[in-house]
Design a binder for this molecule. Structure first.
Ligand SMILES: NC(=O)N[C@@H](CC(=O)O)C(=O)O
Ligand SMILES: [Zn+2]
Ligand SMILES: [Zn+2]
Length: 341
């Protein structure tokens, strides 16, 4: 199966020596990727985004023209000038909202959206999308309900208050999110990961506790997975590919308090192909992976193509990750599709 070369609209590449470990996995398939800014410390200025972009470019394999699309990390102190500088840099394509404490490296995130009014108004004016980790951090709210409650308490008022702001609800996991995005105006879209299309929350406890299946938002019950598959394969242009590939060293995952994130970049498109094939909707993969994202971001479609062949292969148990290793999704197991090189 040959399709227009896809892009990854939600990706974690980390930094420093780790870049060399993960950039080639993404670059072998995707032409562009929206790179998340949740480094430690986070990417909060245009200058930092430009420097981070240069480090990513330097980690590309020779002859590869993968293009990272940079993002800024929204904080309580992000000003309208920060947004103008980001826009003027020409390399920052979006701004990311992490509610403080919601996920990995969200300590510097937003404590109260009212502090971000000037920044959000400027983004609305410029047309720069707000990307959202959509979970409340209220400890009273059940961890499986945090996305649905976020939509009700935060997202619905947000899109009313900023009537032209473009918003991407990232890595959606619930039928509530699918319904919200479907009914919202065209300026509201969502990314969907391969793991949330393939797995439900039983995978967290399959024969024992599975730290490598733990991510945020956490896997949900089967009816939610089915709603995500229906959305991804519907042809609705509001839904597009974002892997949320989030590598962590094995040591940090297999720990007393294991961190959140699933590594999928080694086989991202192949995993999506499995999910679309299982739904009898392989013909819908190209729009989801290659058309809907650029249309939302106002970018051209890629000129090249990639080819997937139906040829099973076995995923390694680990990949090198700096001085450590990362355990990829499906480690030691088979994947039905292979990317032809
Ligand atoms: N998805 C995750 O579980 N983790 C991401 C952060 C995020 O996207 O929320 C990470 O940076 O590790
Ligand atoms: Zn997130
Ligand atoms: Zn993420």
């Amino acid at each position: 199966m040959t399709i227009t070369q896809p892009d990854d609209w939600h990706l974690h590449l980390r930094d420093g020596p780790l870049l060399a470990a993960v950039v080639p996995h993404t670059a072998r398939c995707f032409a562009r990727a929206i790179v998340m800014p949740n480094l430690n410390p986070p990417i909060t200025t245009a200058d930092q985004a430009v420097a981070y972009r240069d480090r990513i470019l330097a980690a590309r394999p020779q002859g590869c023209n993968f293009t990272p699309l940079m993002t800024l990390y929204l904080t309580d102190r992000t000003s309208a000038q920060h947004i103008r500088d980001a826009h003027a840099s020409g390399v920052v394509h979006a701004v990311k909202l992490y509610p403080a404490g919601a996920t990995t490296h969200s300590e510097s995130g937003v404590t109260d959206l009212r502090r971000c009014e000037a920044a959000l108004e400027e983004m609305e004016r410029i047309g720069m999308p707000l990307l959202v980790h959509g979970e409340v951090t209220d400890p009273e709210v059940d961890v499986f309900d945090r996305e649905a409650v976020f939509i009700e308490r935060v997202l619905t008022p947000l899109i009313e208050r900023y009537p032209r702001l473009k918003v991407v609800l990232e890595h959606i996991t619930t039928e509530e999110a699918v319904r919200f995005v479907t009914l919202a105006p065209p300026r509201v879209a969502a990314t969907i990961t391969a793991h949330h299309l393939l797995w439900n929350r039983n995978q967290l406890f399959e024969g024992g506790l599975r730290p490598h299946h733990y991510c945020l938002p956490v896997l949900k019950r089967e009816r939610h997975r089915q709603a995500l598959v229906a959305a991804a394969t519907s042809g609705n242009p509001k839904f597009f590919l974002g892997t949320d590939s989030a590598p962590h060293p094995r040591r940090a995952k297999e720990a007393t308090c294991g961190c959140a994130g699933i590594y999928t970049a080694h086989a991202a498109l192949e995993l999506y192909a499995e999910a679309f094939e299982a739904a009898g909707a392989l013909d819908k993969l190209e729009a989801f992976a290659s058309f809907n994202g650029p249309a939302f971001y106002g970018l051209p479609r890629n000129a090249g193509t990639v080819t997937l062949v139906r040829e099973p292969w076995r995923v390694p148990e680990t990949y090198p990750f700096g001085d450590e290793v990362v355990v990829p999704m499906r480690a030691g197991e088979r994947i039905a599709w292979r990317l032809a090189s």
